[in-house]
Ligand binder design. Sequence first.
Ligand SMILES: CC(C)(COP(=O)(O)OP(=O)(O)OC[C@H]1O[C@@H](n2cnc3c(N)ncnc32)[C@H](O)[C@@H]1OP(=O)(O)O)[C@@H](O)C(=O)NCCC(=O)NCCS
Length: 190
Amino acid sequence: MPADGGLLDWVPAGDRGAGLFLPSEYLVKPATERWERREAMRLRREVFCAEQGLFGRDDRDTADRSALLLVAVSCLSGMPEQVVGTVRLHESAPGEWQGSRLAVHRDYRRVAWLGSELIRLAVGTAHARGAWRFTAQVQAQNVPLFRRLHWHTLEEIELHGRPHHRMQANLAHYPPCKAAGFVSMPRRAA
Ligand SMILES: CC(C)(COP(=O)(O)OP(=O)(O)OC[C@H]1O[C@@H](n2cnc3c(N)ncnc32)[C@H](O)[C@@H]1OP(=O)(O)O)[C@@H](O)C(=O)NCCC(=O)NCCS
């Protein structure tokens, strides 16, 4: 155990609840380990099947055969601990990339910009692989988040009976990224 008893690995969750602590460091990276892929799929089922009811028991589809899977992993004492976010990206036609299945664990939303960082790594990675266009079908409630991240609406559509926007990222704001990932940290409570 570290000299501080591991306490430096946790930060107060602020307005999320007195006495609640969250890990102080997250890795946003491609899923390279089998457990990371397994836990990312579990998180997708929790979010898209159980929480949102968009799919039955399993949200996997043909895009998963070729998609690159990214994860956000919480760390304790510098060691990866839990997959708390995920997104996938795939090339649907030469140079045309799509992102989908963006999900952050309920307890880790709005704490460490994990959704934003997953989007940044997804688009930057595709850009580095030659993307000239990156699009996603965004649930209507998330459109403001994507707009702030320099995406614009191409068309409004209905998917799974819910309103969505087909949106495109402005690649000028997403430099090609060949890094193995990012470290993301939560904003500490005052
Ligand atoms: C959409 C989703 C992925 C966003 O994940 P997230 O990690 O909460 O995203 P971010 O933290 O990057 O940004 C979300 C918001 O929290 C804010 N935020 C981020 N970190 C913060 C912090 N430390 N303190 C205060 N606010 C913070 C951001 O400014 C942003 O503000 P907004 O609500 O006004 O848009 C997540 O809500 C989710 O999984 N939803 C369910 C599934 C879903 O809808 N998927 C997307 C399909 S298109």
